[in-house]
Design a binder for this molecule. Structure first.
Ligand code: ZN
Ligand code: ZN
Length: 581
């Protein structure tokens, strides 16, 4: 219960900036109360990039209202009203918040014996544990950003409140930089670009969180998959393929029915026995492992699969490609001898770096998560595995933070987050040791002395899921995929109908050279076609008219550099091929 009151009653994110933001949330509620005295107030925490406050107000807030609220907030800030702390009894608190049903409910959730406190600035009193800045004058740079619906306590059976999001920073310069980044992020929103570039859709008719790849999106995905599979084969992995459903009993053996149940869908019945759609690929790989006897000589085993899994997520948290219900993990399991764990981890780290670099990500944050309070396996096993992960990171001189006690119950792990073009951080790669599944499936290999030995299992993903990674890629590149990933690499634009024939010749030579090209035969002005190809972020536009047809040339326009002049077709094809190798 401590967690519940923590979230509802005080500032969640800790640190000086969070204190400023949470204080700004108070000032916002204060301003709202001044403008609309009948409004009921709920909660107002600091969050990752700012703060919010939830209000119960019959009429919806409008964008104009946000301006009014900001204006009133500025006045309160100028008045430098101190935040005064007071401890109150439960009875006093009930009296103080008699007209505030949400505050009364929060009060109910505060454990007996816990202190109840309020903060007052001017005539505005809030039930709060703090901390806050000394007075409202310390809130120097803030901005209200948006209005959204939010169920009270995130529960769709409870009342829908209105949430106003805002942000605050310590200086106006930092605020301006953040707002600029927000604008940039809006332009790059993968849902918007996905529509404009015709890459994917999510269809209400099919259900939320399920992704439909349109031809161009499917082509980008194919490029990623081809590269991924080749890199794995070159990197000493074998590829496997496994089904989408399996008997419920398998998920009982694996333990998923216990610890992963809330993310799994209801069983379907097949000839009287229940089957489940897979939320993970691991048990399937272990069944392949168990299909015959294994020897210490064949270790390590590295099996990779682009495995599509389905997990339940509440519809309220689904978001474009970033949070979905069906997705394809770029999964692999390494099953090795205990003495191989460190070397295998080093190999995976190298693989992570080469793969992420290929996609244009070179800035990482690395985390090592260690043994949590509740764990399976032995103290000794954990210590050795954690040391192996640590040594592997050191061997590659990777800087990392330790998340003490942040490991999964089944083993220690390394998580790698990437920084994108506008400085946002995304979790993609993970390397997790697992002491649980090998035990549950009772997998062994025959050791050098003919004894049965329990191997170590590593789960690892480099990109995370193809859906989410595509979302990150779209936003990182703002839709302008690098040449090797661009669904259409070149578009041929005939100036007039009489140039279509030559355009077709150009197209077929491009196709023969393996360049993904299209021919735009529509009866539109060339300028219009160029603008459209530019919006579609096609790397090369090849304009062909009389002169080009006569000379066997193309007039090249690049997405980045504009007009590049006329080139012999052969010469252009060679230069593209050179960029692709
Ligand atoms: Zn507070
Ligand atoms: Zn796994």
């Amino acid at each position: 219960m401590a967690n519940v009151s923590e979230e509802l009653y005080g500032s969640v994110e800790k640190g000086p900036l969070s204190t400023v933001r949470h204080s700004a949330a108070h000032v916002m509620a204060h301003a709202v109360r001044d403008l609309w005295p009948e409004v009921k107030i709920a909660i107002g925490p600091a969050i990752e990039d700012g703060f919010y406050y939830d209000f119960d107000k019959p009429e919806p807030f409008t964008p104009d209202d946000l301006e009014k609220i900001e204006e009133r907030m500025r006045q309160i800030v100028e008045e430098k009203r101190p935040f005064e702390y007071a401890e109150v009894t439960r009875a006093e608190a009930k009296q103080l918040f008699a007209d505030e049903p949400y505050k009364l409910e929060i009060l109910e959730g505060i454990a007996d014996g816990e202190k109840v406190s309020t903060y007052t600035s001017g005539e505005f009193v809030d039930l709060c544990r703090g901390p806050h800045v000394p007075d409202t004058g310390h809130i120097k740079a803030f901005k209200l950003l948006s209005i959204a619906g939010a169920y009270w306590r995130g529960d769709s059976r409870r009342r829908m409140l209105q949430r106003i999001y805002g942000t605050a920073f310590e200086t106006p310069e930092e605020l301006a930089a953040y707002l600029e980044r927000l604008e940039e992020a809006k332009k790059r929103d993968h849902r918007k670009l996905g529509r404009e570039l015709d890459l994917f859709s999510i269809q209400e008719d099919a259900g939320p969180g399920l992704v439909f790849w349109h031809p161009k999106g499917a082509l980008v995905r194919k490029c990623i998959e081809d590269y991924w599979r080749d890199a794995h084969l070159k990197g000493g992995y074998d590829l496997v393929n496994t089904p989408h459903i399996a008997r419920q009993d398998l998920w009982r053996t694996s333990g998923h029915l216990d610890f992963f149940n809330e993310n799994m869908y209801e069983p379907m019945e097949v000839e009287g026995s229940p089957y489940l759609i897979k939320p993970m690929n691991c048990p399937f790989h272990l069944l392949i492992y168990k299909s015959r006897l294994r020897s210490y000589r064949e270790m390590p085993i590295r099996w990779a699969e682009l495995g599509t899994v389905y997990r339940y997520e509440p519809s309220g948290v689904l978001h474009g490609l970033m949070r979905v219900r069906g997705f394809t993990q770029d999964d692999a399991h390494i099953i090795c001898r205990p003495d191989q764990l460190e070397d295998e981890t080093v190999r995976v780290l190298d693989f992570v770096v080469s793969m992420l670099t290929k996609f244009g990500f070179t800035d990482y944050e690395v985390y090592l998560s260690t043994k949590p309070e509740k764990f399976v396996g032995t103290e000794d096993g954990w210590a050795k595995a954690t040391d192996a992960l640590r040594s592997a990171l050191d061997a590659r001189s990777m800087a990392y933070d330790v998340d003490e006690g942040g490991g999964a119950f089944y083993g220690p792990k390394i998580d790698i987050k990437i920084r994108d073009a506008i400085g946002r951080v995304w979790q993609c790669s993970t390397i997790q040791v697992d002491f649980n599944e090998p035990e549950r499936f009772d997998i062994t290999y025959v050791g050098a002395e003919n004894q049965a030995v329990r191997p170590i299992m590593i789960h690892r993903a480099l990109l995370g899921s193809l859906e989410r990674f595509m979302g990150v890629l779209i936003e990182h590149y703002a839709g302008a995929f690098p040449l090797w990933l661009a669904p259409v690499q070149a578009i041929v634009l005939p100036i007039a109908d009489r140039h279509i024939e030559y355009g077709e010749k150009v197209l077929s030579q491009l196709a023969e050279a393996g360049i993904r090209a299209r021919l735009d035969t529509r009866n539109e002005k060339t300028g219009y076609k160029i603008r459209e190809a530019q919006i579609q972020k096609v790397p090369y536009m090849l304009i062909v008219g009389d002169r080009e047809a006569e000379a066997g040339a193309v007039s090249v326009r690049s997405r980045e550099d504009g007009d590049m002049g006329s080139r012999q077709l052969g010469e252009f094809i060679e230069s593209v091929a050179a960029q692709l190798t």
